[in-house]
Design a protein around this ligand. Structure first.
Ligand SMILES: C[S@@+](CC[C@H](N)C(=O)[O-])C[C@H]1O[C@@H](n2cnc3c(N)ncnc32)[C@H](O)[C@@H]1O
Ligand SMILES: [Zn+2]
Length: 335
């Protein structure tokens, strides 16, 4: 990594990294550099709690990984992309930038035993719990580095990456297109850039989301987490009903398609997010609802808006996929 202020390479000096001009950046763990220091934002405060030791989402993820089919990690192009990266890095060097790496979910998937020998990983995120991400055996700082960094800005490194992934995060940055351009700036010729971003929902759901966010976003993180229980509780109660709604016609203005829906699914997809999943239980369902309603930025898109970002950055879209929640786009920069 380079000094974000002066550009020179940073040198490790025990628990800090230093630049030639005298800047010092804490290194709370080997292989972790904090380039933001005291900078805290409502987003970093939110995710420092969400991914910190108290909630310990990473342990939950590790234990439940095989069963978490409702998570974005198990959906759209992600599992196939991870497989392809692992396969390629089994034989060749692959430099990968995981932008907004979160609690290390993709990191764990990428380095699942046996860790692919060619993979060189850099994870960046704004939260303050990067030092808590557990490393699989054999994956030391030479193979994986974590950087506390705002991904809105171009990563300060001379490295160009063969793969850049940004899962379920770009919509949380203040100017997602700018963030996209910052990612694209570090993509090597021939490299792959994959993102998922929130999809625009029905107008009723969008309006409810905005109104509820306006009430939840200003709360301190702990209060917002406590309030998230109300969404969990509603979701759980609606799921307990076995009533089915039959919609006889497509209703394009309302973005409701004809079909049969369980009550919770019908409310959730069209009117209001109120998440509950038995595997997650109340506690981690709260975390999902907290993750939806509390972060200050949560932009939503139609697919074509995101396709335009790739086109304008000279990256060819090679795969797209859409669920009611998110769009997946994978692009390749021409050689
Ligand atoms: C829903 S989580 C997704 C984490 C991870 N990509 C995954 O899929 O498991 C969103 C992440 O974006 C990070 N984030 C939000 N804004 C950011 C910013 N400006 N710079 C860096 N990370 C940011 C948050 O800290 C959080 O870890
Ligand atoms: Zn410096």
């Amino acid at each position: 990594m380079q000094c974000p202020h002066h550009g020179g390479e940073l040198v490790s000096d025990g628990a800090v990294f230093v630049c030639q001009a005298g800047c010092r950046f804490p290194s709370p763990q080997p292989g972790v550099i904090d380039l933001l220091g005291d900078v805290a934002t409502p987003t970093s405060d939110h995710y420092s709690l969400q991914w910190g030791a108290e909630i310990d989402f990473a342990s939950f993820y590790r234990e439940q990984r095989a069963h978490l089919t409702s998570m974005t990690s198990r959906q759209m192009g992600w599992p196939a992309l991870i497989d392809r990266i692992r396969q390629r890095a089994g034989a060749d060097p692959v430099r990968l930038y995981d932008a907004a790496c979160g609690y290390g979910g993709l990191f764990m998937d990428l380095f699942e035993a046996p860790p692919p020998p060619g993979l060189r990983y850099v994870g960046a995120d704004i939260h303050e719990a990067l030092g808590a991400i557990a490393r699989p055996p054999g994956v030391g700082p030479d193979r994986a580095q974590f950087v506390r960094w705002d991904i809105s800005n171009v990563l300060p490194t001379a490295m160009r990456f063969d793969v850049i992934i940004c899962r379920a995060a770009i919509h949380h940055t203040p100017d997602p297109y700018r963030t996209f351009q910052s990612l694209a700036a570090r993509l090597a010729p021939g490299g792959t850039l994959a993102i998922t971003a929130y999809a625009k929902k029905s107008p009723m759901r969008e309006a409810t989301d905005d109104a509820l966010r306006a009430a939840v976003v200003p709360l301190p993180p702990r209060e917002a987490l406590a309030i998230a229980r109300q969404f969990t509780s509603l979701g759980k109660d609606l799921q307990a009903s076995d009533a089915v709604v039959e919609i006889t016609h497509d209703l394009p203005l309302l973005r409701i398609k004809a079909g049969r829906y369980g009550i919770q699914e019908f409310v959730y997809n069209h009117f209001m997010k109120c998440w509950f999943n038995d595997r997650f239980g109340d506690r981690y369902s709260d975390v999902v609802n907290f993750d939806w309603y509390h972060p200050p930025f949560a932009f939503r898109y139609d697919l074509h808006e995101l396709e335009r970002w790739f086109a304008e950055s000279g990256i060819d879209v090679v795969d797209t996929d859409t669920t009611p929640a998110q769009h997946y786009l994978e692009g390749r920069r021409p050689l």
